[in-house]
Design a protein around this ligand. Structure first.
Ligand SMILES: NC(=O)c1ccc[n+]([C@@H]2O[C@H](COP(=O)([O-])OP(=O)(O)OC[C@H]3O[C@@H](n4cnc5c(N)ncnc54)[C@H](OP(=O)(O)O)[C@@H]3O)[C@@H](O)[C@H]2O)c1
Length: 339
């Protein structure tokens, strides 16, 4: 039996000895090992920070975005943006399940991977469509899921592209569900974005007293108002730390950084109580900026790295769409009707 490492190190081409996520290049050519799953990929949900960076670098031109994605995957064997370091997720159909795997998956099952594209061997033969409004890309491609790779079977009651979109950010609402305390103040930077909206509902549902949305454009604030889970709406630039702190006023017990641009670390830190917590979900977060920035302003605030995984995160997040009809309608308009 041809068994690969359960974490996928057998597919790391360079540098040797590292795990697939930090690797520069993966083997996306070899036939599946007996403990791997081969997936026919339909859609990539490119991580927002990554899509935003690629789009900006080519002036928003869809054909050039497609070229850049093909270039990255061609060079790296995975959709691992070298600038942001982030990936995204995919949906597809299981083609083969390695005989050495103990799993309930079978060929023909439709799944979303819950591990990042930044560690998933991917081979794209064609990009069929780029959808900038949703960061999603339709492809003809194959991907490999390692033995330890997490996945979710696509739910019967939620359209695929919608499920893919929310599963991509499932770590945020699942962590918010754990972190929001009753009667607390919760600040969400990028509060009108996908993860921000999901977290706002969790915060209100879990009994936060004051939930504050901070976002950049009027369109994002309008989305947040429509959902109606916030108590306050502030328009501004999350990269301007002093302005954010002043606008928020009474500091937050918990701040969730859900922006998709770099440079928002100190806003989150300064707008949070010294004994509070900042959850950096944003992939554009710099560890150095957060650690040295907190030290520089003398804040002992707890800071949590936005681990994309939390036990049960997929179920928790899909359940939010079932619980809140407005949330579901808004997301359907964006991720289903907008296709
Ligand atoms: N930790 C993880 O495992 C994980 C997993 C998936 C994604 N992520 C990351 O999580 C972040 C949020 O993802 P998402 O899908 O929720 O993104 P999204 O839907 O694009 O939302 C981002 C929000 O940030 C706002 N924003 C951008 N620049 C801003 C600024 N200067 N000041 C204030 N607000 C600003 C955007 O507003 P405008 O549209 O008005 O600019 C938007 O509302 C991204 O960085 C993404 O890469 C992390």
């Amino acid at each position: 039996m041809a068994l690969g490492c359960s974490y996928g190190t057998h597919r790391v081409l360079e540098p040797r000895g590292v795990l697939p996520q930090p690797a520069r290049r993966l083997d996306n050519e070899s036939a599946p090992f007996d403990n791997e799953i081969l997936v026919d990929v339909e859609t990539l949900n490119v991580d927002s920070a990554s899509f935003h960076q690629i789009s900006e670098s080519v002036g928003g031109d869809s054909a050039k975005i497609a070229d850049r994605i093909l270039q990255i995957v061609g060079e790296r064997g995975k959709m691992h943006n070298p600038v942001t370091g982030s990936g995204g997720m995919l949906i597809g159909t299981v083609r083969t399940v390695g005989p050495a795997l103990k799993t309930d998956l079978k060929p023909g099952d439709r799944i979303a991977t819950l591990v990042s594209l930044s560690l998933t061997p991917l081979k794209i033969s064609k990009i069929k469509a780029v959808r900038p409004e949703t960061d999603q890309v339709d492809v003809e491609a194959t991907a490999i899921l390692f033995e330890t790779g997490l996945y979710a079977k696509m739910p019967a009651d939620i359209p695929d592209t919608l499920a893919l979109a929310v599963l991509d950010v499932a770590g945020a609402p699942a962590q918010a569900n754990r972190l929001v305390k009753p009667d607390s103040t919760v600040l969400i930077l990028g509060g009108g974005g996908k993860s921000g909206l999901l977290c706002s509902y969790v915060a209100k549902r879990n009994g936060a007293r004051r939930v504050v949305c901070f976002d950049y454009s009027e369109a994002s604030l309008e989305r947040a108002r429509r959902l109606g889970c916030y108590d306050e709406y502030i328009q501004g630039d999350a990269r301007d730390a002093i302005a954010v702190m002043q606008a928020v006023g009474e500091k937050a017990d918990l701040t969730l950084s859900c922006v998709n641009v770099p440079g928002a670390e100190l806003s989150a830190i300064l707008a949070t109580k010294p004994d509070g917590m900042v959850y950096f979900f944003s992939m554009a977060t710099s560890f150095t900026a957060a650690a040295l920035g907190a030290e520089g302003v003398g804040s002992p605030v707890d800071m949590l790295v936005g681990n994309g995984y939390y036990p049960g995160h997929a179920d928790v997040t899909l359940q939010l769409l079932r619980e809140n009809p407005t949330l579901r309608t808004m997301f359907e308009e964006l991720y289903v009707a907008g296709r």
